[in-house]
Design a protein around this ligand. Sequence first.
Ligand SMILES: C[S@@+](CC[C@H](N)C(=O)[O-])C[C@H]1O[C@@H](n2cnc3c(N)ncnc32)[C@H](O)[C@@H]1O
Length: 411
Amino acid sequence: MTQVNPARRLASAVLARVLERGEWAAPALEAELAARRLDLRDQRLATHLVYGTLRRVLRLSGLITRFCRRPPSPGLRRALLLSAFEALGSSTPPHALLSQYAALLGSGTARLLRAWLAALPPSTEELEPAYDLPPWLAEEYRAAYPDCAEAVMADLELPPPLWLWVAPGGTDRLQREGAQILRAVGQVCAVRLPGRLPESPSYRAGLLQPVNPASAAAVRALGEVQGRRVLDLAGGRGVKAALLAAEGASVLSADLSAGRQRQAGENLRRLGLTAEFHLVDLTESQLGRLPSSERVLLDAPCSGSGTLRNHPEIKLRLRPGDLAERAALQARMLKVAAELVLPRGRLVYSVCSVAAAEGPEQVLDFLAEHPDFSLVDPPETGVPLGPAAAGHYTLALQGVDSFFLAVLERR
Ligand SMILES: C[S@@+](CC[C@H](N)C(=O)[O-])C[C@H]1O[C@@H](n2cnc3c(N)ncnc32)[C@H](O)[C@@H]1O
């Protein structure tokens, strides 16, 4: 009897949590990996299957709708999705896939699976359209990237590298532990590690911080921060706080979530860095509660529509109507952030979103209501940027996320 590879069983369990129970892929995968003992190779295969399938889930679901006369059971749907992803994108021979997924589903399914695999197009390149987005979201991408939207949308399907900020002097140590540094974008390196990140001696020694180059660009947009106080508003789990503190800034990080701030504090301790934390609601004025500063970063809560490589399930859940609610929250927070900027100080507004309502439109509305602020070009961030109607988008190719950022200077 065929033994199902545990990576396939695990991938199906994660897809059940994401597609049927509405959970987020990253913690669902983490929980399933923690619950079973898979070797590193199978852990990597399970991760590849989960994310690869979710990155193509809309078009693969379209194939299922055309293939099945009536809606398949959830378990069958998952097996059809996973087997199609593998058949289109891997070198596993069809007979091996057939026996694996027939064993996963149970007896009496081999005929159906054989017909399914035979009905698939020959390769991923044959899937139509060339990207996996709901039409309204594809329009947002087209508006954000008028010159290269097709390339940006197609790139969302490729697995991103592991992006790591590496502390000064950390690259030698990283290489000594067998890691390969593939390339660098700004100060962030694409790294291939020999094992899992949490077990890396360099990570444990506080020399590494996972961060996408686009996220690091928002920090760089503040300009020189060494020796300055920086307000890190909506600081969350403190990724940007860590980069700022590493640059020598005195960081004051404010957020609504105590849990995230606790994680931020633990992470900073691992890195040997410090920040001051304030638990506040940034929809309410903080004048007199938080100090004003020359450098203020508001990395506002948003749809996350620019991070689909790592969060492909967002495209399944986000509705165009959700954007107005997010935009209203961002507008309130931006107003509060602006009050804390000293004269001739700089406010950077960033979101990991391509939606115009959360980015350029937000900034145009802000400028109309805040004549004491003007939009200026960002300093060199090390990450290619493209202009928007107001502000800039990071050029989201080769694993770089889409971040919108605007640099606003107070007179
Ligand atoms: C995009 S995340 C921030 C990520 C963070 N800057 C980093 O680099 O790790 C947005 C954050 O906004 C926070 N947030 C949402 N509503 C808020 C509010 N009303 N006041 C303060 N923080 C809020 C969330 O808790 C979340 O941590």
